[in-house]
Write a protein that binds this ligand. Structure first.
Ligand SMILES: Cc1cc2nc3c(=O)[nH]c(=O)nc-3n(C[C@H](O)[C@H](O)[C@H](O)COP(=O)(O)OP(=O)(O)OC[C@H]3O[C@@H](n4cnc5c(N)ncnc54)[C@H](O)[C@@H]3O)c2cc1C
Length: 420
């Protein structure tokens, strides 16, 4: 007699996308005994996971759409120096996204979204720990905390609600004045007058090396990594039976779509449409910075994050809404560079490198994380916007729970693929 509640036996699984999210999904499925194939044309960690700010931020529950955003967006779009960029040609494609984004700025929605983000963020170390331990990659995390800074009283007052959202969700923080902030981080400009320190908050000192190390560990344990692009699916009676790629036909019985912003087209082929936009961010790495930072920094007035990496100091910022394949406009990486040098006057600009990558963003600042509404053997795991590095591990853990039929550690209702 078979037990209807029995966990399904391990089988053949395919994970599409080898960013930090896909690699963590592949590792967790492998831990459950599945034979796993990971497919990515560019190899591990070369999408958004390459060049992010590295923060593993339990302090990031605050969504992008906040009360009052309707007034700020037009001003930001017309100000050449603002961090928000939208190309006129992209307006028709993004209009619906922005309409939903603004609808999510209502206080009740903001509270619900912050709860849903925090539910995942508070488990981020639980998600990563087993993977980092197994792969011997714990040295990639630095727990020196995060310093958020303000240079204008008006901007600080404008952040009161965002700080309150964090405080009410139990995020530990110390409020500092400018001198206290400079004692903690002497490289800061004298114009910093306010700061909040989030103690022991971790950052990854080399996000690419993290994804690559985990992917190598996956291969060492028998996982198969194919440098191919998924093009579509071959369908069977209950769902897909194979992924068609530029290299051939790859058969499996379980499928995970984890291709960041590129998941949109793959999910659509499986009958699920989610409004996802490429929120393209830029970075400049100062390879010979002349200073070393004691904590990761986020400047609320300059809209940048600055992080000490093993390759130098990395400054990130800008949200450019455009097709992910449109060529990068490195003037924005230069804007980030100038802002970082304003915040940290001693920052030398030798040996700089620049980069652009697409944050996969839904208008409600939540990922899609759940079983396909149409096909029981498909799980979607994409759209982690500004916190995908932080959420890679816990996402992988939840995906493996869904595939195994185990209860997930959080209520997955807010992340349903069919919520839009
Ligand atoms: C400037 C910037 C700063 C950021 N800072 C932070 C931060 O401090 N902390 C944080 O948590 N997050 C941060 N983020 C967000 C984070 O980087 C992303 O949320 C995260 O990397 C998303 O990971 P992913 O695996 O879903 O997507 P990606 O890393 O984009 O990976 C998707 C993969 O899918 C592959 N792919 C595409 N099409 C196909 C196909 N057809 N077949 C197979 N594979 C395909 C791509 O090649 C790619 O490798 C930042 C992002 C940016 C841009």
């Amino acid at each position: 007699m078979t037990n209807a509640n029995a966990t399904p036996a391990p089988g053949e699984a395919i994970v599409i996308g080898a960013g930090i999210v896909g690699v963590c999904c592949a590792l967790y499925l492998q831990r459950d005994g599945h034979r796993v194939t990971l497919i990515d044309p560019k190899g591990p960690g070369n999408g958004a996971s390459f060049g992010n700010a590295g923060n593993l931020g339990w302090a990031s529950c605050v969504p992008a759409a906040m009360p009052g955003v309707l007034k700020k967006v037009p001003q930001m779009l017309f100000d050449a120096d603002a961090p928000l960029k939208l190309h006129w040609g992209h307006v028709p494609a993004a209009a619906g996204w922005f309409a939903r984004f603004i609808a999510n700025a209502r206080p009740a929605r903001v509270e619900a979204i912050a709860d849903a983000r925090q539910a995942l963020l508070s488990r981020l170390h639980e998600g990563y720990q087993p993977l980092l331990e197994d792969a011997g990659a714990e040295d990639l995390l630095d727990y020196s905390g995060l310093l958020m800074t303000w240079e204008s009283e008006e901007a600080y007052a404008g952040s009161a609600y965002a700080l309150e959202l964090r405080r009410r969700r139990g995020v530990p923080m110390d409020v500092l004045d400018g001198n206290e902030a400079r004692q903690m981080e002497p490289a800061l400009t004298p114009s910093v007058t306010r700061a909040v320190h989030f103690p022991r908050l971790a950052h990854v000192v080399n996000p690419l090396r993290l994804t690559e190390t985990l992917a190598r560990h996956f291969e060492r344990r028998g996982g198969r990594l194919l440098r191919e692009a998924a093009r579509g699916f071959e369908m069977g009676p209950i769902g897909p039976v194979a992924v068609t790629t530029d290299g051939g036909r790859r058969a499996a019985d379980r499928f995970v779509v984890a291709a960041g912003v590129w998941s949109k087209h793959l999910a659509r082929q499986l009958g699920t449409r989610t409004p996802i936009e490429a929120e393209r961010g830029y970075h400049t790495v100062f390879g010979d910075p002349g200073i070393a930072l004691r904590a990761a920094i986020m400047s609320a007035d300059r809209y940048i994050a600055v992080t000490q990496m093993e390759t130098g100091i990395r400054a990130t910022g800008v949200a450019e809404f455009a097709d992910p394949e449109r060529p990068a406009d490195m003037r924005y990486a230069e804007m980030v560079q100038r802002r970082a040098q304003g915040l940290l006057p001693g920052l030398r600009d030798g040996q700089r490198t620049q980069w652009m990558g697409p944050r996969p963003s839904h208008p409600d600042s939540l990922p899609v994380l759940g079983r396909s509404p149409r096909f029981p053997n498909v799980v979607f795991a994409y759209g982690h916007d500004h916190i995908g590095l932080a959420l890679g591990g816990i996402t992988g853990r939840i995906v493996s729970d869904l595939v195994a039929g185990r209860p997930a550690p959080v209520d997955l209702t807010p992340y349903r693929p069919d919520r839009f």
